[in-house]
Design a protein around this ligand. Structure first.
Ligand code: ASP
Length: 581
């Protein structure tokens, strides 16, 4: 090896040793007779000292070094006169006797420091330089550690990691497919997997009984902070199990990760019905780091002559504790925030529980002190609290109030990144009405089994059928989801029928799976964790981009390798493809 030690490992116990280090020049300070250089590798930083008076060549070379030059140095480990307690190598420095420049470097386009001056776009273009920075490198090391712990835990429970193909056909996870033209089969296309869903189910039919895979999935969707066109799942499936078994095994995985990676004992994961999540939080992924549950007011506010409440399907609010002193300006600003098109609130009503015990609302004309006392009782409010109330169509207003609740959680500092509140959300609806297409879609995917006691409702009240489907939510982010599957051809065909597939379409797209069900399919179920999201939560980040080595930007571009890009006419011809732009 070109080095005897890394740049992060030498300390006072190595004094007097002759060592050789390799790394990148972080910075250099020329103090006349002495030159100090910090050399960096992925393990840390070590200070080098060049006594430039005694060796002219050494002086010349040390002065010619620019930032990010790659060097090899040999020298003696010396005790520093001014020590730096913050660095593991802060008590020593290397008195350099020999230096070799292994490679020069252009001046980097931004500072390779924890706090950099580089904008996002620039850092994306030079991602390989950004990856030299500690925060990003630490994220990837965290990711690596988590992947290893996932493998350890699942291997310990007899799960087998099986790779499934990437050139496949459409998998119905509800997103658009990325497609790949087939040169050998002109006019035909592969689809990239939105998940290995059908393959893992086939592996259950094959008897593998406990499968997992840390796997890339591809979905052509509009991008957000927690969405990338290609992302990684910890994909899992088990046979001969009940929903309870799945919840226990993967609660165990989550606890294992928190314990081994963060040293946190998570405790058992609470469970909530989907219907309750929607009613109490207006979201299927409630952030339960804080309470502020919804309070429904229909019974106490209707019939007092206030049209907005009287005509609303739902009047519902939250108690923002300690916010009674909000100024008119703050309330107006909050209302404007709610009125943005993304949220679309038309107006907000408030009621202050003032510190002197009196109640003051923005609808005093319609509601007297007695009425407001009833409100306060419903909200379990105390003097000093502020009640915010929205009204309208139930589904819409719950979504809007969810936004307000999360925002108030932020403003009140109730969403600490170092607090972790996991939650299982259970019993999702099987189907979801889609306004655009005017028909039902599978809320999870079409292989999810309905609750047996609800099957009869499929014909009469399809929207009320509950599924054996579950999500794992942490701090308001969906980190995993899955279901017990249908393993019976007849029920699977019935599902396709309800999803609007003709028998021919169902056979063409998923015949292989339904055929497999006729050769002894065991009862099975599983789930998939969004690995990038999981890592970003562990890292305390909002965006998954920083836990991915080479992510795409919001337009789905990799600006470093400059893709997507056009292909040559020759390639187009071979693929028998023409573009019409
Ligand atoms: N394939 C599902 C998904 O990607 C997960 C599962 O049902 O196991 O969401």
């Amino acid at each position: 090896m070109l080095r005897t030690h890394t740049c992060g490992e030498l300390n006072i116990s190595n004094l007097g040793q002759t060592v050789t280090l390799c790394g990148w020049v972080q910075k250099s300070r020329d103090l006349g007779a002495m030159t100090f250089i910090d050399v960096r590798d992925r393990y840390g930083l070590t200070q080098l000292v060049f006594n430039t008076d005694s060796d002219a060549t050494l002086r010349e070379t040390s002065r010619s070094l620019g930032r990010e030059f790659v060097i090899q140095v040999t020298g003696t480990v010396l005790e520093r006169t001014s020590k730096n307690a913050k660095m593991p190598t802060g008590e020593i420095e290397i008195g350099v006797s020999k230096i070799e420049i292994l490679n020069g470097a252009k001046v980097p386009p931004f500072m390779i420091e924890d706090e950099t001056d580089g904008g996002e776009e620039l850092r994306a273009k030079y991602r390989y330089l950004d990856l030299r920075r500690n925060p990003i490198r630490n994220n990837l090391m965290l990711r690596h550690k988590m992947a290893q712990e996932v493998r350890k835990y699942l291997d310990g429970l007899d799960f087998i990691e099986v790779e499934t193909p990437v050139l496949i056909k459409s998998t119905p996870e509800g997103a658009r497919d990325f497609v790949v033209p087939s040169r050998m089969n002109p006019g035909e296309f592969y689809a990239l997997p939105q998940s290995p869903q059908t393959f893992k189910q086939l592996l259950m039919v094959s008897g593998f009984d406990r499968y997992f895979q840390i796997v890339k999935c591809f979905r052509d969707e509009d991008l957000r902070a927690d969405r990338q066109p290609e992302f990684t799942q910890i994909d899992c499936e088990m046979a001969f199990i009940t929903q309870e078994d799945i919840l226990n095994v993967f609660e165990g995985l989550t606890q294992h990760l928190f314990r081994t990676v963060k040293g946190i004992e998570l405790g058992s994961v609470p469970r909530m019905q989907y219907a309750d999540a929607m009613r109490l939080y207006g979201s299927d992924k409630p952030d339960i780091r804080f309470g502020m549950q919804f309070v429904e007011l229909n019974d106490i506010v209707k019939g007092k002559g206030f049209g907005i409440f009287d005509n609303a399907e739902l009047v519902v609010g939250i108690n923002a504790k300690g916010c009674a002193e909000y100024t008119r300006k703050q309330i107006d600003e909050l209302t404007e925030w709610l009125k943005r098109p993304q949220i679309g609130v038309t107006g907000m009503i408030y009621c202050r529980y003032q510190s002197d015990g009196t109640l003051k609302s923005s609808v005093d004309k319609f509601y007297g002190e007695d009425d407001l006392t009833n409100w306060a009782a419903a909200f379990e409010a105390e003097p000093g609290d502020m009640m915010f109330v929205l009204a309208g169509n139930a589904e819409k207003v719950r979504k809007q109030l969810n936004e307000l609740r999360l925002e108030m959680g932020n403003r009140l500092g109730l969403r600490d990144k170092n607090t972790f509140a996991p939650l299982w959300v259970l019993d999702f609806p099987l189907l979801e009405w889609d306004e655009e297409t005017g028909r039902y879609h599978a809320m999870h995917h079409p292989f999810t089994s309905p609750k047996p006691e609800d099957i009869a409702l499929l014909d009469t009240h399809p929207g009320d059928v509950r599924a054996n489907a579950y999500d794992l939510v942490i701090n308001g982010t969906e980190v995993g989801g899955g279901s017990i599957r249908i393993h019976d051809r007849a029920l699977q065909s019935l599902m396709f029928k309800h999803l609007g597939f003709t028998p021919e379409e169902a056979q063409k797209q998923f015949g292989f799976l339904m055929d497999a069900f006729e050769y002894g399919a065991p009862p099975h179920g599983g789930l998939a964790f969004g690995f990038d999201r999981m890592v970003s939560i562990f890292a305390g980040l909002d965006s998954i981009r920083d836990v991915i080595a080479f992510p795409k930007n919001n337009s789905g571009r990799d600006v470093m390798i400059d893709t997507p890009s056009t292909i040559s006419d020759l390639q187009m011809n071979e693929l028998k493809i023409k573009t019409v732009l």
